[in-house]
Design a protein around this ligand. Structure first.
Ligand code: NAD
Length: 470
Protein backbone atom coordinates (compact mmCIF):
# COMPACT_ATOMS: atom_id res chain seq x y z
CA UNK A 1 0.00 0.00 0.00
CA UNK A 2 1.46 3.38 -0.88
CA UNK A 3 1.35 6.33 1.49
CA UNK A 4 -1.44 8.11 -0.40
CA UNK A 5 -3.89 5.31 0.33
CA UNK A 6 -3.46 5.60 4.08
CA UNK A 7 -6.09 7.59 5.93
CA UNK A 8 -4.26 10.75 7.12
CA UNK A 9 -3.57 10.35 10.86
CA UNK A 10 -4.93 13.82 11.66
CA UNK A 11 -8.29 12.80 10.10
CA UNK A 12 -8.74 9.83 12.44
CA UNK A 13 -10.02 11.81 15.48
CA UNK A 14 -12.39 13.67 13.11
CA UNK A 15 -13.81 10.37 11.84
CA UNK A 16 -14.23 9.20 15.42
CA UNK A 17 -16.02 12.43 16.46
CA UNK A 18 -18.30 12.26 13.43
CA UNK A 19 -19.33 8.69 14.28
CA UNK A 20 -19.94 9.66 17.92
CA UNK A 21 -22.09 12.60 16.81
CA UNK A 22 -24.10 10.35 14.48
CA UNK A 23 -24.69 7.83 17.23
CA UNK A 24 -26.02 10.61 19.47
CA UNK A 25 -28.67 11.43 16.83
CA UNK A 26 -30.01 7.87 17.56
CA UNK A 27 -30.89 7.33 13.90
CA UNK A 28 -28.94 4.04 13.78
CA UNK A 29 -31.34 2.60 16.36
CA UNK A 30 -34.42 2.28 14.14
CA UNK A 31 -34.88 -1.36 13.10
CA UNK A 32 -36.04 -0.58 9.52
CA UNK A 33 -33.04 1.74 9.13
CA UNK A 34 -30.66 -1.01 10.29
CA UNK A 35 -32.33 -3.49 7.90
CA UNK A 36 -31.96 -1.05 5.02
CA UNK A 37 -28.24 -0.55 5.72
CA UNK A 38 -27.77 -4.33 6.01
CA UNK A 39 -29.36 -4.91 2.62
CA UNK A 40 -27.16 -2.19 1.15
CA UNK A 41 -24.12 -4.13 2.41
CA UNK A 42 -25.39 -7.14 0.46
CA UNK A 43 -26.05 -4.95 -2.57
CA UNK A 44 -22.51 -3.56 -2.39
CA UNK A 45 -20.96 -7.04 -2.29
CA UNK A 46 -23.29 -8.46 -4.94
CA UNK A 47 -22.81 -5.56 -7.39
CA UNK A 48 -19.03 -5.69 -7.03
CA UNK A 49 -18.40 -9.40 -6.51
CA UNK A 50 -16.00 -9.68 -9.43
CA UNK A 51 -14.01 -6.65 -8.28
CA UNK A 52 -13.76 -8.17 -4.80
CA UNK A 53 -12.67 -11.54 -6.24
CA UNK A 54 -10.01 -9.74 -8.30
CA UNK A 55 -8.75 -7.83 -5.24
CA UNK A 56 -8.59 -11.04 -3.19
CA UNK A 57 -6.59 -12.69 -5.97
CA UNK A 58 -4.15 -9.78 -6.02
CA UNK A 59 -3.80 -9.81 -2.24
CA UNK A 60 -3.33 -13.54 -1.51
CA UNK A 61 -3.62 -15.27 -4.91
CA UNK A 62 -7.00 -16.50 -3.70
CA UNK A 63 -8.60 -18.76 -6.34
CA UNK A 64 -11.95 -17.38 -7.56
CA UNK A 65 -13.78 -20.46 -6.23
CA UNK A 66 -12.43 -19.73 -2.72
CA UNK A 67 -13.22 -16.02 -3.00
CA UNK A 68 -16.86 -16.67 -3.94
CA UNK A 69 -17.38 -19.64 -1.60
CA UNK A 70 -15.68 -18.44 1.55
CA UNK A 71 -15.89 -14.64 1.41
CA UNK A 72 -18.52 -13.31 -1.00
CA UNK A 73 -21.46 -15.77 -0.73
CA UNK A 74 -21.32 -16.16 3.07
CA UNK A 75 -21.61 -12.38 3.43
CA UNK A 76 -24.86 -12.41 1.48
CA UNK A 77 -26.17 -15.25 3.62
CA UNK A 78 -25.17 -13.52 6.85
CA UNK A 79 -26.85 -10.28 5.80
CA UNK A 80 -30.08 -12.14 5.01
CA UNK A 81 -29.97 -13.94 8.37
CA UNK A 82 -29.38 -10.67 10.24
CA UNK A 83 -31.92 -8.57 8.32
CA UNK A 84 -34.60 -11.26 8.66
CA UNK A 85 -34.06 -12.07 12.32
CA UNK A 86 -33.29 -8.59 13.56
CA UNK A 87 -36.84 -7.70 14.73
CA UNK A 88 -36.85 -10.89 16.83
CA UNK A 89 -33.30 -10.46 18.15
CA UNK A 90 -33.90 -6.84 19.13
CA UNK A 91 -37.19 -7.50 20.91
CA UNK A 92 -37.00 -6.78 24.65
CA UNK A 93 -37.17 -9.94 26.74
CA UNK A 94 -40.00 -10.02 29.27
CA UNK A 95 -38.77 -11.96 32.29
CA UNK A 96 -41.52 -14.13 33.66
CA UNK A 97 -39.52 -17.09 35.01
CA UNK A 98 -38.86 -15.43 38.36
CA UNK A 99 -38.01 -17.06 41.69
CA UNK A 100 -40.46 -14.67 43.37
CA UNK A 101 -43.63 -14.58 41.22
CA UNK A 102 -44.79 -11.35 42.93
CA UNK A 103 -41.97 -9.53 41.14
CA UNK A 104 -43.72 -10.12 37.82
CA UNK A 105 -45.80 -7.05 38.63
CA UNK A 106 -42.62 -4.96 38.35
CA UNK A 107 -42.46 -5.67 34.55
CA UNK A 108 -38.87 -6.94 34.53
CA UNK A 109 -37.42 -6.64 31.01
CA UNK A 110 -34.10 -6.90 29.25
CA UNK A 111 -33.39 -4.53 26.36
CA UNK A 112 -30.67 -5.19 23.76
CA UNK A 113 -29.04 -1.80 23.43
CA UNK A 114 -26.33 -0.79 20.92
CA UNK A 115 -23.02 -0.24 22.70
CA UNK A 116 -22.35 2.93 20.67
CA UNK A 117 -19.46 3.47 18.26
CA UNK A 118 -17.56 0.30 17.47
CA UNK A 119 -14.11 -0.30 16.02
CA UNK A 120 -13.40 -3.36 13.87
CA UNK A 121 -9.75 -4.29 13.17
CA UNK A 122 -9.34 -6.65 10.22
CA UNK A 123 -6.57 -9.16 9.34
CA UNK A 124 -5.29 -9.94 5.85
CA UNK A 125 -6.19 -13.62 5.41
CA UNK A 126 -9.94 -13.18 4.79
CA UNK A 127 -9.83 -9.41 4.37
CA UNK A 128 -13.34 -9.09 2.97
CA UNK A 129 -15.54 -11.29 5.12
CA UNK A 130 -13.61 -10.47 8.30
CA UNK A 131 -14.29 -6.78 7.63
CA UNK A 132 -17.93 -7.15 6.61
CA UNK A 133 -19.09 -9.83 9.06
CA UNK A 134 -18.41 -7.69 12.15
CA UNK A 135 -19.71 -4.62 10.31
CA UNK A 136 -22.96 -6.49 9.70
CA UNK A 137 -23.06 -7.32 13.41
CA UNK A 138 -22.44 -3.68 14.37
CA UNK A 139 -25.19 -2.45 12.02
CA UNK A 140 -27.59 -5.12 13.33
CA UNK A 141 -26.96 -4.03 16.90
CA UNK A 142 -27.57 -0.36 16.00
CA UNK A 143 -23.97 0.79 16.44
CA UNK A 144 -21.94 3.19 14.33
CA UNK A 145 -18.69 1.62 13.19
CA UNK A 146 -15.17 2.27 11.88
CA UNK A 147 -13.51 -0.61 10.04
CA UNK A 148 -9.68 -0.61 9.97
CA UNK A 149 -8.76 -2.73 6.94
CA UNK A 150 -5.52 -4.73 6.83
CA UNK A 151 -2.61 -3.02 5.14
CA UNK A 152 -1.29 -6.46 4.14
CA UNK A 153 -4.33 -6.97 1.88
CA UNK A 154 -4.26 -3.47 0.33
CA UNK A 155 -6.38 -4.16 -2.77
CA UNK A 156 -9.34 -5.37 -0.75
CA UNK A 157 -8.87 -2.56 1.78
CA UNK A 158 -8.84 0.14 -0.92
CA UNK A 159 -11.89 -1.35 -2.63
CA UNK A 160 -13.79 -1.35 0.66
CA UNK A 161 -12.77 2.26 1.31
CA UNK A 162 -14.02 3.22 -2.15
CA UNK A 163 -17.32 1.30 -2.08
CA UNK A 164 -18.58 1.61 1.50
CA UNK A 165 -19.28 5.37 1.13
CA UNK A 166 -21.13 4.73 -2.15
CA UNK A 167 -23.60 2.34 -0.51
CA UNK A 168 -23.78 3.01 3.24
CA UNK A 169 -24.44 6.04 5.41
CA UNK A 170 -20.96 7.59 5.63
CA UNK A 171 -21.84 9.44 8.81
CA UNK A 172 -22.41 6.09 10.52
CA UNK A 173 -19.89 3.74 8.87
CA UNK A 174 -16.32 4.47 7.85
CA UNK A 175 -13.38 2.48 6.50
CA UNK A 176 -9.93 3.52 7.72
CA UNK A 177 -6.79 2.50 5.80
CA UNK A 178 -3.39 2.27 7.38
CA UNK A 179 -0.82 0.24 9.24
CA UNK A 180 0.73 0.43 12.73
CA UNK A 181 0.90 4.26 13.10
CA UNK A 182 -2.74 4.68 12.03
CA UNK A 183 -3.94 1.79 14.22
CA UNK A 184 -1.96 3.17 17.16
CA UNK A 185 -3.73 6.52 16.73
CA UNK A 186 -7.10 4.78 16.40
CA UNK A 187 -6.47 2.85 19.61
CA UNK A 188 -5.79 6.06 21.58
CA UNK A 189 -9.43 7.01 21.08
CA UNK A 190 -12.33 5.86 23.23
CA UNK A 191 -14.51 3.34 21.41
CA UNK A 192 -17.55 1.64 22.86
CA UNK A 193 -16.59 -1.81 21.58
CA UNK A 194 -13.49 -3.13 19.82
CA UNK A 195 -13.72 -6.21 17.64
CA UNK A 196 -10.19 -7.36 16.78
CA UNK A 197 -9.32 -10.30 14.52
CA UNK A 198 -5.65 -11.16 14.17
CA UNK A 199 -2.65 -12.58 15.96
CA UNK A 200 -2.29 -12.79 19.73
CA UNK A 201 0.73 -10.47 19.89
CA UNK A 202 -1.27 -7.55 18.48
CA UNK A 203 -4.28 -8.83 20.44
CA UNK A 204 -2.36 -7.99 23.62
CA UNK A 205 -1.59 -4.46 22.30
CA UNK A 206 -5.27 -3.95 21.47
CA UNK A 207 -6.33 -5.28 24.90
CA UNK A 208 -3.95 -2.92 26.70
CA UNK A 209 -5.25 0.06 24.69
CA UNK A 210 -8.87 -0.96 25.36
CA UNK A 211 -8.14 -1.34 29.09
CA UNK A 212 -7.14 2.36 29.31
CA UNK A 213 -10.73 3.30 28.42
CA UNK A 214 -12.35 0.19 29.98
CA UNK A 215 -13.63 -0.60 26.48
CA UNK A 216 -15.16 -4.06 26.09
CA UNK A 217 -13.67 -6.13 23.32
CA UNK A 218 -14.00 -9.25 21.25
CA UNK A 219 -10.70 -10.95 20.46
CA UNK A 220 -10.79 -13.35 17.52
CA UNK A 221 -7.28 -14.76 17.68
CA UNK A 222 -5.60 -17.87 16.34
CA UNK A 223 -3.30 -20.55 17.66
CA UNK A 224 -2.42 -24.12 16.83
CA UNK A 225 -5.63 -26.07 16.17
CA UNK A 226 -4.78 -29.78 16.50
CA UNK A 227 -6.30 -32.79 14.78
CA UNK A 228 -6.50 -36.12 16.61
CA UNK A 229 -6.86 -38.98 14.15
CA UNK A 230 -8.16 -42.38 15.21
CA UNK A 231 -6.18 -44.73 12.93
CA UNK A 232 -9.24 -47.00 12.64
CA UNK A 233 -11.16 -44.18 10.89
CA UNK A 234 -11.40 -44.26 7.06
CA UNK A 235 -7.93 -42.80 6.39
CA UNK A 236 -8.65 -41.71 2.82
CA UNK A 237 -11.65 -39.68 3.92
CA UNK A 238 -9.66 -38.22 6.83
CA UNK A 239 -6.74 -37.29 4.55
CA UNK A 240 -9.06 -35.52 2.07
CA UNK A 241 -10.82 -33.60 4.82
CA UNK A 242 -7.63 -32.61 6.65
CA UNK A 243 -5.80 -31.71 3.44
CA UNK A 244 -8.82 -29.59 2.42
CA UNK A 245 -8.42 -27.50 5.59
CA UNK A 246 -4.69 -27.22 5.01
CA UNK A 247 -4.65 -26.22 1.32
CA UNK A 248 -7.61 -23.81 1.34
CA UNK A 249 -6.16 -20.28 1.30
CA UNK A 250 -2.77 -22.06 1.41
CA UNK A 251 -3.32 -22.97 5.07
CA UNK A 252 -3.66 -19.28 6.03
CA UNK A 253 -6.87 -19.74 8.00
CA UNK A 254 -7.33 -19.22 11.72
CA UNK A 255 -9.12 -22.59 11.93
CA UNK A 256 -6.74 -24.49 9.64
CA UNK A 257 -5.72 -27.85 11.09
CA UNK A 258 -2.28 -26.95 12.41
CA UNK A 259 -0.80 -30.31 13.39
CA UNK A 260 -1.88 -33.93 13.44
CA UNK A 261 -1.67 -36.34 16.38
CA UNK A 262 -1.96 -40.04 15.65
CA UNK A 263 -2.32 -42.45 18.59
CA UNK A 264 -0.70 -45.63 17.21
CA UNK A 265 -0.06 -47.62 20.41
CA UNK A 266 3.46 -48.17 19.07
CA UNK A 267 2.26 -49.64 15.75
CA UNK A 268 4.33 -47.48 13.37
CA UNK A 269 2.81 -49.16 10.36
CA UNK A 270 -0.39 -47.22 11.09
CA UNK A 271 1.53 -43.99 10.58
CA UNK A 272 2.76 -45.21 7.19
CA UNK A 273 -0.85 -45.86 6.23
CA UNK A 274 -1.78 -42.31 7.25
CA UNK A 275 1.04 -40.90 5.10
CA UNK A 276 -0.05 -43.06 2.15
CA UNK A 277 -3.58 -41.68 2.47
CA UNK A 278 -2.18 -38.12 2.37
CA UNK A 279 -0.21 -39.01 -0.76
CA UNK A 280 -3.42 -40.14 -2.46
CA UNK A 281 -5.33 -37.00 -1.41
CA UNK A 282 -2.44 -34.81 -2.61
CA UNK A 283 -2.27 -36.61 -5.98
CA UNK A 284 -5.99 -36.15 -6.45
CA UNK A 285 -6.10 -32.46 -5.40
CA UNK A 286 -3.27 -31.62 -7.80
CA UNK A 287 -4.09 -34.02 -10.62
CA UNK A 288 -4.41 -31.18 -13.16
CA UNK A 289 -1.22 -29.35 -12.19
CA UNK A 290 1.40 -29.57 -9.43
CA UNK A 291 0.67 -27.25 -6.48
CA UNK A 292 3.27 -24.65 -7.45
CA UNK A 293 1.50 -24.27 -10.82
CA UNK A 294 -2.07 -25.00 -9.76
CA UNK A 295 -4.71 -22.30 -10.17
CA UNK A 296 -6.67 -24.04 -7.39
CA UNK A 297 -4.05 -23.14 -4.80
CA UNK A 298 -3.38 -19.71 -3.25
CA UNK A 299 0.03 -18.31 -2.34
CA UNK A 300 1.71 -17.12 0.85
CA UNK A 301 0.66 -13.54 1.52
CA UNK A 302 4.07 -11.87 1.82
CA UNK A 303 7.82 -12.45 1.67
CA UNK A 304 7.99 -12.15 5.48
CA UNK A 305 5.54 -15.00 5.95
CA UNK A 306 7.19 -17.01 3.14
CA UNK A 307 10.59 -16.63 4.83
CA UNK A 308 9.12 -17.46 8.25
CA UNK A 309 7.69 -20.75 6.96
CA UNK A 310 10.89 -21.70 5.12
CA UNK A 311 12.95 -21.02 8.23
CA UNK A 312 10.68 -23.37 10.18
CA UNK A 313 11.11 -26.05 7.50
CA UNK A 314 14.88 -25.61 7.69
CA UNK A 315 14.84 -25.88 11.52
CA UNK A 316 12.56 -28.88 11.95
CA UNK A 317 14.04 -32.17 13.11
CA UNK A 318 11.24 -34.02 11.35
CA UNK A 319 11.31 -35.77 7.97
CA UNK A 320 9.41 -34.33 5.02
CA UNK A 321 7.42 -37.14 3.42
CA UNK A 322 5.25 -35.12 1.05
CA UNK A 323 5.70 -31.77 -0.73
CA UNK A 324 8.46 -29.47 0.46
CA UNK A 325 9.12 -27.63 -2.82
CA UNK A 326 8.87 -23.84 -2.85
CA UNK A 327 8.85 -21.04 -5.42
CA UNK A 328 10.33 -17.92 -3.85
CA UNK A 329 9.44 -15.71 -6.83
CA UNK A 330 5.74 -16.44 -6.61
CA UNK A 331 5.69 -17.02 -2.81
CA UNK A 332 4.37 -20.54 -3.25
CA UNK A 333 4.96 -23.48 -0.89
CA UNK A 334 3.72 -26.97 -1.67
CA UNK A 335 1.45 -28.63 0.88
CA UNK A 336 4.10 -30.32 3.03
CA UNK A 337 3.70 -33.22 5.43
CA UNK A 338 6.44 -33.77 8.03
CA UNK A 339 6.68 -36.82 10.31
CA UNK A 340 8.89 -37.69 13.30
CA UNK A 341 7.84 -34.52 15.13
CA UNK A 342 8.42 -34.08 18.87
CA UNK A 343 6.31 -31.62 20.89
CA UNK A 344 9.31 -29.25 21.18
CA UNK A 345 10.04 -29.21 17.43
CA UNK A 346 10.37 -25.87 15.60
CA UNK A 347 7.11 -26.63 13.76
CA UNK A 348 5.32 -26.84 17.12
CA UNK A 349 6.51 -23.44 18.44
CA UNK A 350 3.67 -21.30 17.17
CA UNK A 351 0.71 -21.23 14.80
CA UNK A 352 2.01 -22.33 11.38
CA UNK A 353 -0.48 -20.37 9.28
CA UNK A 354 0.76 -22.05 6.12
CA UNK A 355 0.50 -25.35 4.22
CA UNK A 356 2.77 -27.42 6.48
CA UNK A 357 1.34 -30.37 8.41
CA UNK A 358 3.55 -31.83 11.16
CA UNK A 359 2.53 -35.27 12.42
CA UNK A 360 3.15 -36.39 16.00
CA UNK A 361 2.83 -40.06 16.91
CA UNK A 362 1.63 -40.83 20.46
CA UNK A 363 0.51 -43.96 22.30
CA UNK A 364 -3.14 -43.47 23.26
CA UNK A 365 -6.03 -40.99 22.96
CA UNK A 366 -5.35 -39.96 26.56
CA UNK A 367 -1.76 -39.11 25.52
CA UNK A 368 -3.16 -37.09 22.60
CA UNK A 369 -5.50 -35.17 24.95
CA UNK A 370 -2.65 -34.59 27.40
CA UNK A 371 -0.49 -33.16 24.61
CA UNK A 372 -3.29 -30.77 23.60
CA UNK A 373 -4.00 -29.78 27.20
CA UNK A 374 -0.38 -28.91 27.97
CA UNK A 375 -0.40 -26.22 25.27
CA UNK A 376 -2.33 -22.94 24.81
CA UNK A 377 -6.06 -23.48 24.37
CA UNK A 378 -6.66 -23.84 20.62
CA UNK A 379 -9.36 -22.08 18.61
CA UNK A 380 -10.64 -25.45 17.36
CA UNK A 381 -9.98 -29.06 18.20
CA UNK A 382 -10.57 -31.50 15.35
CA UNK A 383 -10.98 -35.23 15.95
CA UNK A 384 -11.58 -37.99 13.43
CA UNK A 385 -13.20 -41.04 14.98
CA UNK A 386 -16.37 -43.10 14.70
CA UNK A 387 -16.23 -44.13 18.36
CA UNK A 388 -18.70 -42.27 20.59
CA UNK A 389 -16.57 -43.17 23.64
CA UNK A 390 -13.49 -41.61 22.06
CA UNK A 391 -15.50 -38.51 21.13
CA UNK A 392 -16.58 -38.19 24.76
CA UNK A 393 -13.03 -38.70 26.09
CA UNK A 394 -11.72 -36.01 23.75
CA UNK A 395 -14.54 -33.58 24.60
CA UNK A 396 -14.19 -34.05 28.35
CA UNK A 397 -10.39 -34.03 28.55
CA UNK A 398 -9.61 -30.93 26.47
CA UNK A 399 -10.45 -27.24 26.16
CA UNK A 400 -10.87 -25.41 22.84
CA UNK A 401 -13.00 -22.61 21.37
CA UNK A 402 -14.89 -25.01 19.09
CA UNK A 403 -14.90 -28.79 18.67
CA UNK A 404 -15.35 -30.50 15.31
CA UNK A 405 -15.62 -34.22 14.69
CA UNK A 406 -14.74 -35.71 11.34
CA UNK A 407 -14.15 -32.65 9.17
CA UNK A 408 -12.16 -29.42 9.13
CA UNK A 409 -12.95 -25.75 8.40
CA UNK A 410 -16.55 -26.41 7.30
CA UNK A 411 -17.97 -25.59 10.75
CA UNK A 412 -17.80 -21.92 9.73
CA UNK A 413 -20.51 -22.60 7.16
CA UNK A 414 -23.12 -22.77 9.94
CA UNK A 415 -23.65 -19.08 10.51
CA UNK A 416 -25.82 -19.61 13.59
CA UNK A 417 -23.20 -21.42 15.71
CA UNK A 418 -21.20 -19.33 18.21
CA UNK A 419 -17.66 -19.07 16.89
CA UNK A 420 -14.67 -17.89 18.91
CA UNK A 421 -11.72 -18.80 21.06
CA UNK A 422 -10.97 -19.52 24.69
CA UNK A 423 -7.95 -18.32 26.65
CA UNK A 424 -5.07 -17.65 24.25
CA UNK A 425 -7.27 -18.12 21.17
CA UNK A 426 -9.47 -15.20 22.18
CA UNK A 427 -12.78 -14.42 23.81
CA UNK A 428 -16.24 -13.31 22.77
CA UNK A 429 -18.42 -14.95 20.15
CA UNK A 430 -19.73 -14.23 16.65
CA UNK A 431 -22.28 -15.94 14.43
CA UNK A 432 -25.94 -15.04 13.90
CA UNK A 433 -27.49 -13.78 17.11
CA UNK A 434 -24.13 -14.07 18.96
CA UNK A 435 -22.66 -11.42 16.64
CA UNK A 436 -25.60 -9.11 17.35
CA UNK A 437 -25.14 -9.65 21.09
CA UNK A 438 -21.41 -8.85 20.93
CA UNK A 439 -22.20 -5.30 19.84
CA UNK A 440 -25.17 -4.90 22.22
CA UNK A 441 -25.34 -4.66 25.97
CA UNK A 442 -28.15 -5.96 28.11
CA UNK A 443 -30.03 -3.16 29.81
CA UNK A 444 -32.20 -4.59 32.56
CA UNK A 445 -35.25 -2.58 33.45
CA UNK A 446 -38.18 -2.65 35.87
CA UNK A 447 -41.27 -0.45 36.16
CA UNK A 448 -42.65 -0.42 39.70
CA UNK A 449 -46.45 -0.01 39.76
CA UNK A 450 -47.85 2.78 41.87
CA UNK A 451 -50.24 0.25 43.43
CA UNK A 452 -47.36 -1.79 44.87
CA UNK A 453 -46.63 0.92 47.42
CA UNK A 454 -48.69 -0.80 50.13
CA UNK A 455 -46.29 -3.78 49.93
CA UNK A 456 -43.17 -1.64 49.89
CA UNK A 457 -43.59 0.55 52.94
CA UNK A 458 -41.86 -2.08 55.09
CA UNK A 459 -38.48 -1.13 53.60
CA UNK A 460 -38.56 2.51 54.76
CA UNK A 461 -36.95 3.62 58.05
CA UNK A 462 -37.38 3.83 60.92
CA UNK A 463 -36.90 0.08 61.31
CA UNK A 464 -39.15 -0.17 64.36
CA UNK A 465 -40.88 -3.41 65.31
CA UNK A 466 -44.17 -1.62 64.73
CA UNK A 467 -43.19 -0.71 61.15
CA UNK A 468 -41.70 -4.13 60.53
CA UNK A 469 -44.89 -5.67 61.92
CA UNK A 470 -42.84 -8.01 64.16
P1 NAD B 1 -2.50 -8.54 10.28
O1 NAD B 1 -1.01 -8.57 10.22
O2 NAD B 1 -3.27 -8.00 9.12
O3 NAD B 1 -2.87 -7.81 11.64
C1 NAD B 1 -4.20 -7.68 12.08
C2 NAD B 1 -4.53 -6.22 12.29
O4 NAD B 1 -3.72 -5.71 13.35
C3 NAD B 1 -4.26 -5.37 11.06
O5 NAD B 1 -5.38 -4.54 10.82
C4 NAD B 1 -3.03 -4.58 11.44
O6 NAD B 1 -3.00 -3.29 10.87
C5 NAD B 1 -3.15 -4.47 12.94
N1 NAD B 1 -1.83 -4.33 13.59
C6 NAD B 1 -0.70 -4.96 13.23
N2 NAD B 1 0.31 -4.59 14.07
C7 NAD B 1 -0.21 -3.72 14.96
C8 NAD B 1 0.31 -2.99 16.07
N3 NAD B 1 1.59 -3.07 16.43
N4 NAD B 1 -0.53 -2.18 16.76
C9 NAD B 1 -1.83 -2.08 16.41
N5 NAD B 1 -2.38 -2.76 15.35
C10 NAD B 1 -1.59 -3.55 14.65
O7 NAD B 1 -3.07 -10.01 10.45
P2 NAD B 1 -2.47 -11.19 11.30
O8 NAD B 1 -2.48 -10.85 12.75
O9 NAD B 1 -1.20 -11.69 10.70
O10 NAD B 1 -3.62 -12.26 11.00
C11 NAD B 1 -3.40 -13.58 11.14
C12 NAD B 1 -3.76 -14.01 12.56
O11 NAD B 1 -5.14 -13.76 12.79
C13 NAD B 1 -3.56 -15.49 12.80
O12 NAD B 1 -3.05 -15.68 14.08
C14 NAD B 1 -4.98 -16.05 12.71
O13 NAD B 1 -5.15 -17.25 13.40
C15 NAD B 1 -5.77 -14.92 13.29
N6 NAD B 1 -7.14 -14.96 12.76
C16 NAD B 1 -8.13 -15.24 13.64
C17 NAD B 1 -9.44 -15.34 13.16
C18 NAD B 1 -10.58 -15.67 14.07
O14 NAD B 1 -11.72 -15.46 13.65
N7 NAD B 1 -10.35 -16.14 15.27
C19 NAD B 1 -9.71 -15.12 11.80
C20 NAD B 1 -8.64 -14.82 10.97
C21 NAD B 1 -7.36 -14.72 11.46
Amino acid sequence: MNETSHTPIEKIPEIHSKLKATFRTRRTISIPWRQQQLLLVARMVQDNKDLFAEALFKDVGKPAMEAYSYEISPILERVIIAATNLPEWAKPEHKTDLFDPHQRAWSPKVYFVPKGVALVIVPWNFPLILAIQPLVAAISAGCCCAVKASEIAPHTGRLLAELVPKYLDTEAYQVILGAVPETTKILELKWDHIFYTGNGHVGRIVSAAAAKHLTPLTLELGGKSPVILDPSYDLDVAAYRIMYGKVTNCGQICVAPDYLIVPTNGNHDLLNKVVEAFRRAYASFFSDAPPLESTSYARIVSKNHFDRLNTLLARTDGTTVLGGQVDAKRLKIEPTVVIGIQPDDALMESELFGPILPIIEVGTFEDACELVSQRDHPLVLYAFTQSEDTKTTIRECTTSGNLVYNDTFIQLAIAELPFGGVGESGHGRQGGRYSFESFSYLRASIDMPLGSEQFLTVRYPPYTSENLKL
